[in-house]
Design a protein around this ligand. Structure first.
Ligand code: ADP
Ligand code: MG
Ligand code: ZN
Length: 635
């Protein structure tokens, strides 16, 4: 199926071809003919008598001819040495005599002769044939060389697969995920010396699937493997196939594997595999999946059809392994799966060191400290922070990037860029109370993430922001922590109710977070005694997917989700009413200063910092790593 942009391009192309068609037919019809002027019969006779006419040809009563000097009609139309005129049936002149006297060449055509067949065919089908030829030529060119062309959309990404790259990235450029590097080292060794492995009969995985959140460095890793092994890298993004015209995806895959085998040892990298590799049995999909299915089948066929001894290894990346078609994960396909986790604090520091290699840092910059301030962020975020900090320093005309530049960059990355908005005093006050509600509950509820900053300067989509970030990376979450999150998220709305007695639209995204977390608590983490210790999370549900539970359970889930949310709302309102003085103090301080940092918040409210001994689950104890949706940021 064609995406909107592509559809537009398609129609523009058709339009251009249509115009070309008209142009071509005009050219064909008038080819080699100088313009002919139509003159009256009187003018013709006088020109003939003056001796200006050199030749005439008659077809029935119609006469065409040429003149020495250009003639024109009395109406002042353009003049020409070619003319045509019509002899009236009642004319009694003797053209033959005058013509003979003036030495005019005379010719005649049979008025009943039909135009030759080839001419008819050429004029009627010629333009169409020309159009089809041009169309074929252009699409061939676009598909073949990837030179673009107006039909580039039909074959764009093909170009890339004809040109393998030789990435310069190595494992030196990847940090914080040493376990993954160790696993991939085997692939590198194999690609470096395939003969050695063949001799020993060792089996190396055909396909390695990298699974991890966006920005954790999967693409980078794949390139680094090719860079380390110094082999060609054939990369393709599966999402490109989704828009392709039916049949193109499968043939591209065939080409891709053929080229890679020819260049072996080589790496094929399929990025965003979930775009085509979605579970085919999940729900009913409405149209447009033929292409995906064909492409997927072709990948499966190709993977079955080669032997690792040929020296080709397929790497793929996805951030949703749970939705992949089981066929992809079967033995002999992507049977090696490697999870790429977000980096821990040490890893973040190492990633920061990589990205600051070429950045002049001021002596006050402490990368370990920055790593401590950025739990939950991935490699791509950290690279972005370094970039923002360097840009900020350049803007200020500094020669080195300072810790202050990093502070601003972190804030911009976490909270979004500041926005100028004209707000009434009434609105500002309401926003101040809303944010104070979030912040105060973050301080009051045991187990909540510490409040790092609260601001009523509009940023990104938000009118105000409260930033809470965990003391350290968490890998497992207790029910009390999740409830603290819910109470905090409902704090903005609760403050509005406590202070003004009404609610506003400002809590929209808060409620979204609440709904997600509360629902996950019930259907995913077994935190509702009534629903029980069951996991009903169906990530790849879709509209028509079969629910794995009865209608009665569906009702129960809804009721339990609502109960949890309502309990948390009651808690939020109760706590804020009890601490009304602190709420007022915080809101007024915010109205005065716009933003407050952690120390200022504690000082204004007179609350002592939570002691740091709260239950951060040690990493080893975590059985599975789950993150409740949404970062610790609420607006
Ligand atoms: P993904 O493919 O997982 O979404 P990318 O590989 O595209 O992530 O990461 C984007 C960029 O972020 C990389 O090009 C790199 O600059 C940076 N990055 C991500 N993870 C790391 C890492 N572990 N070490 C160093 N840089 C990283
Ligand atoms: Mg990627
Ligand atoms: Zn809010």
């Amino acid at each position: 199926m064609l995406a909107p942009m592509r559809t537009l391009r398609f129609w523009v192309t058709i339009g251009i071809l249509f115009a070309a068609n008209i142009l071509i037919s005009n050219l064909l019809f008038s080819a080699g003919q100088a313009p002919t002027v139509t003159i009256s019969y009187n003018t013709f006779l006088s020109q003939l008598n003056e001796g200006n006419v050199t030749s005439i040809t008659s077809t029935g009563e119609s006469i065409t001819g040429t003149t020495k000097k250009a003639v024109t009609d009395s109406s002042g139309s353009p003049s020409s040495t070619k003319f045509q005129t019509q002899r009236p049936a009642f004319a009694t002149d003797d053209i033959e005599a005058i013509a003979l006297k003036n030495n005019v060449t005379m010719n005649a055509k049979d008025p009943n002769a039909s135009t030759p067949l080839w001419e008819t065919l050429l004029f009627s089908f010629g333009p169409t044939i020309a159009l089809v030829a041009v169309f074929l030529y252009l699409s061939r060119r676009a598909a073949g060389s990837g030179a673009g062309g107006i039909l580039g959309s039909f074959g764009q990404s093909r170009a890339r697969l004809y040109n393998p790259e030789q990435p310069s990235a190595t494992f030196e450029d990847v940090a914080g995920i040493d376990e993954v590097k160790a696993e991939l080292q085997e692939v590198v060794d194999f690609l470096r010396q395939p003969q050695k492995y063949q001799r020993l009969g060792g089996s190396v995985p055909k396909g390695v699937l990298l699974i991890g959140a966006p920005g954790t460095g999967k693409t980078l890793l794949a390139r680094a493997v090719a860079g380390e092994a110094k082999v060609p890298f054939f990369s393709i993004s599966a999402s490109e196939f989704v828009e392709a015209i039916v049949g193109v995806g499968a043939s591209r895959v065939r080409d891709l594997f053929a080229k890679a085998k020819a260049a072996a040892p080589a790496i094929i990298f399929i990025d965003e595999l979930d775009a085509i590799g979605r579970n085919r049995s999940a729900g009913i999909r409405l149209g447009g999946n033929d292409e995906q299915e064909q492409t997927l089948n072709q990948i499966l066929t190709e993977m079955d059809g080669f032997d690792t001894r040929e020296g080709v290894i397929v790497l793929a990346a996805t951030n949703r392994a749970d939705v992949l078609d089981p066929a992809l994960l079967r033995a002999g396909r992507f049977d090696r799966r490697i999870t790429v986790q977000p980096p821990d604090r040490r890893g973040r520091a190492a990633i920061l060191r990589i990205h600051t290699r070429n950045v002049p840092l001021a002596p006050d910059v402490d990368l370990d400290d920055i790593a401590g301030q950025t739990p939950g962020l991935v490699g791509a975020d950290l690279r972005n922070i370094v970039n923002e900090a360097a840009l900020g320093a350049a803007r200020k005309g500094e020669t080195q990037v300072t810790m202050a530049d990093f502070g601003e960059a972190i804030e911009r990355t976490l909270l979004g860029t500041e926005r100028k908005l004209l707000l009434t005093d009434k609105d500002r006050e309401r926003i101040a109370y809303h944010e104070s509600g979030h912040a105060l509950l973050g301080l009051l509820v045991p187990g909540a993430d510490p409040v790092k900053k609260v601001t009523i300067i509009p940023r990104g989509q938000a009118l105000g922001v409260t930033l809470q970030s965990p003391i350290d990376d968490r890998f497992n979450y207790g029910e009390d922590y999740l409830r603290a999150r819910l109470v905090g998220a409902l704090g903005g709305r609760a403050a509005e109710r406590v202070v003004y007695g009404i609610v506003t639209t400002g809590a929209e995204s808060d409620l979204l977070q609440v709904t997600r977390i509360a629902r996950e608590m019930v259907v995913r983490w077994g935190m509702s005694p009534k629903v029980g210790p069951l996991n009903f999370s169906d990530d790849e549900g879709g509209m028509f997917a079969q629910r794995p539970y009865s209608d009665a359970t569906a009702q129960l889930i809804d009721d339990e989700v609502r109960r949890i949310a309502e309990e948390c709302q009651a808690d939020a309102e109760r706590l804020l009413s009890e601490h009304r003085a602190q709420l007022d103090a915080l809101a007024h301080a915010l109205l005065k200063d716009d933003s407050l940092d952690e120390a200022e918040i504690l000082q204004v409210t007179g609350i002592k910092a939570q002691n740091d001994s709260q239950g951060v689950a040690p990493r080893a104890a975590a059985t599975s790593v789950v993150r409740p949706s949404g970062a610790g940021i609420r607006s």
